[in-house]
Design a binder for this molecule. Structure first.
Ligand SMILES: Cc1cc2nc3c(=O)[nH]c(=O)nc-3n(C[C@H](O)[C@H](O)[C@H](O)COP(=O)(O)O)c2cc1C
Length: 190
């Protein structure tokens, strides 16, 4: 079984990201190919990257980095639930990505993107560029939620439409394929 980590990239009070992540996690948790784990950057509360050494060396000096490294290392595939802040990914997400190196490498990633009229499309491109630098394998499949606030109910719960639900399954199928191949490759290299 593959460990699928669902990473919530916004951390501000009153964020909508948690509602979108909850919707997607419900779908992913029913997929027997994955064990899902939500990685909530708000709960981890990482400071601005404060390690003295380059992450590629994995010579971490802080407990928060060691803990984050352990979490991300056990992921076999990543889904980033991201919005767009000023045409880019939220700073907290970029900060979290910068903290680590080899933990991310050789694993497939996709995005569930939500935002205004653009559906955070520019942030997804931004995220893919960073993912490539970290040697992740970005996949084109993904879920786009433009004007996502209109899909939230009175309690703030997000409800995906049929197109988004289909896109979520399509994305999970591709992540399962690539996740298995890349995991076998990583294990063979040990
Ligand atoms: C600082 C900031 C910048 C934003 N910039 C964009 C943007 O560039 N494009 C966009 O579609 N929405 C933008 N928005 C609106 C967000 O899509 C919307 O507020 C969304 O709820 C943010 O996700 P969050 O609630 O999880 O933080 C911005 C919001 C904030 C707070």
């Amino acid at each position: 079984m593959l460990t699928l980590q669902i990473i919530i990239g916004s951390v501000r009070q009153g964020r909508g990201g948690a509602s979108v992540a909850e919707w997607f996690t419900d779908i992913a948790a029913k997929d027997a190919r994955f064990q899902t784990e939500v990685v909530d950057l708000a709960a981890l509360n990482l400071p601005i990257m404060d390690e003295p050494n380059h992450p590629r060396l994995q010579q971490y000096t802080h407990e928060h980095t060691k803990r984050f490294s352990e979490i991300i290392a056990r992921g076999d595939a990543y889904v980033f639930v991201t919005t767009e802040y000023n045409y880019a990914i939220p700073g907290a997400l970029k900060n979290a990505l910068d903290y680590l190196g080899p933990e991310w490498a050789g694993k497939p990633m996709c995005a569930v993107a939500y935002g205004g009229i653009s559906g955070a499309a520019r942030a997804v491109e931004d995220l893919r560029r960073v993912a490539v630098a970290l040697k992740m394998i970005p996949l084109v499949q993904g879920v786009v939620c433009p004007l996502y606030a209109q899909q939230r109910d009175d309690e703030g719960r997000f409800h995906g439409n049929p197109t988004q639900i289909e896109a979520a399954h399509d994305m999970l199928n591709t992540l399962a394929d690539f996740g298995a191949v890349l995991k076998a490759r990583r294990l063979a290299a040990l």
